[in-house]
Design a protein around this ligand. Structure first.
Ligand SMILES: *Cc1c(COP(=O)(O)O)cnc(C)c1O
Ligand SMILES: [Zn+2]
Length: 445
């Protein structure tokens, strides 16, 4: 491929590094890196060329382009040889037309991007395929990388473990003890990763994994590693593709470490530069009120950013007080006329419960995004005719404890407005009919 990409420092120093170098932060100034592409080379093709190419490859079989991440390889990571790509057929997730939910909350055109319908059940697959492929490429080039490691709130470790297992590369995951769901915990265990359960929170795990990686040549898979952002940014291209290359008005995304918010914006900016789109959506970042440093900064026009101590929240994957990608996310929100909104435990759990009543099975983070959306509609910051896409970040089946306890009305700080408990009945016609009649009476015909 004639295309090229490299790491570049996001601060004024603009130092460049090769993608096959083991590096996460600028050696000169310590700031974050981002992946930059040779845009002149990409711009040699008109937008029609890219749209046709991506459509031709979408969900087909030619390796590795059927993956919706690698189907956009030229814009993502041209530096990896196809034979070193570690792909589990990422992306291509359903764009759910939430017609009934939209009507209930006052929107004419609401869509949910089901990123959790994916190999390990969350959007983390989109980024991990790029990172692990780059590791496989480096190992093939003769670099010594004994293992790949990450700190995780549950989903990153699941993705890392699966991709490493598929590639035969050792994985080490650092999890905060008792702060991830059982389903999230069992994934890296099943995939054979060394699973370390630490008596601290995510921010504590993060600190330790950084030190261990830097001193031992172990490759760090957290989202300060900007290779993941390159894969995650394809969700923006995919959404547009699913709308026949039309841009929606608003995209709502839950944010914790804020890598995904940064990725969403990066994808749109790249498409704009290539002429694939000619407008940008507004981006809404939704945070849990228990872990809301970006929301607090937004209230202050982003004039300053202060980490907080994240409190326990049902939305455990975004229980992060010191997000690594806050600078990149703020940059994106400033360009995209962004909004940050927060959701309480009660709001997120009930938003999720309400969405499920209309056919979804939503995770608590999607609940945060939906609750934020509902609040912004009430405040008239989002208008009824606007076309809105909510990024659903994980599959609800990863969070059975959350669902069960919601319906049993056993969640702290939550009044379960959509609880639906099983009705215990003896196996007798009359009693069963009584239960059915009682339920159907409630439904207006
Ligand atoms: C990782 C994750 C998020 C947050 O993404 P960031 O890039 O950390 O902001 C949200 N929801 C789920 C389910 C996740 O796994
Ligand atoms: Zn620098």
């Amino acid at each position: 491929m004639p295309y090229r990409a490299w790491f570049q420092c996001i601060s004024g120093c603009r130092e460049k590094y090769e993608l096959n170098e083991v590096i996460y932060q600028c050696k000169r100034c310590g700031d974050l890196l981002e992946v930059k592409h040779d845009m002149d080379e990409l711009r040699k093709h008109p937008p029609e060329y890219w749209k046709r190419l991506f459509d031709e490859r979408y969900r087909r079989t030619e390796w590795p382009y059927g993956s919706s991440v690698w189907g956009k390889k030229e814009l993502v990571c041209p530096n990896v040889d196809n034979k070193n790509v570690v792909s589990l057929y990422e992306g291509g997730s359903n764009l759910f037309w939430a017609e009934r939910l939209g009507r209930e909350i006052g929107l004419e055109d609401l869509w949910i991007k089901q990123c959790g319908n994916s190999h390990t059940g969350s959007f983390k697959d989109l980024g991990m395929t790029v990172l692990v492929s780059m590791v496989k490429q480096m190992i093939a080039e003769g670099k010594s990388i004994p293992a790949v490691a990450c700190a995780s709130t549950g989903d990153t470790s699941a993705a890392l473990a699966a991709y490493c297992a598929a590639a035969g590369i050792p994985a080490i995951v650092f999890l905060p003890k008792d702060k991830v769901s059982l389903a999230q915990l069992i994934q890296p265990i099943a995939n054979g990763a060394l699973t370390l359960s630490l008596d601290t929170d995510f921010d504590g795990c993060m600190k330790l994994v950084r030190e261990i990686c830097s001193k031992n040549n172990i490759y760090l898979a957290n989202s300060m590693n900007s290779l993941r952002v390159e894969g995650q940014k394809t969700v923006s291209i995919e959404i547009i593709q699913q709308f026949d290359w039309e841009v929606p008005d608003v995209i709502v995304i839950p944010g914790g470490n804020l890598g995904n918010t940064a990725a969403l914006g990066k994808g749109f900016l790249m498409m704009k530069e290539l002429g694939i789109v000619n407008k940008l959506p507004r981006i809404v970042c939704a945070q849990a009120a228990k872990a809301n440093p970006l929301y607090l900064s937004y209230l202050n026009n982003f004039e300053e950013f202060k980490p907080v101590k994240a409190q326990k929240t049902l939305a455990n994957a975004i229980q992060i007080g010191d997000p690594v990608s806050y600078k990149k996310a703020i940059r994106v929100l400033e360009i995209f006329h962004g909004i940050v909104e927060q959701a309480t435990e009660d709001e997120l759990a009930n938003a999720s419960g309400q969405a499920d009543r209309t056919g979804l099975f939503s995770c608590p983070h999607t609940g945060v995004a939906l609750a934020a959306l509902m609040k912004l509609i009430q405040k008239k910051e989002i208008l009824p005719h606007e076309k809105v896409v909510v990024i659903s970040t994980a599959h609800g089946l990863k969070f059975p404890e959350f669902k069960i306890r919601y319906h049993e009305s056993r969640l702290e700080e939550v009044t379960s407005r959509f609880a639906n408990l099983p009705v215990e009945v003896p196996p007798r016609y009359d009693v069963v009919m009584e239960a059915i009649d009682k339920r159907l009476e409630k439904v207006p015909v």
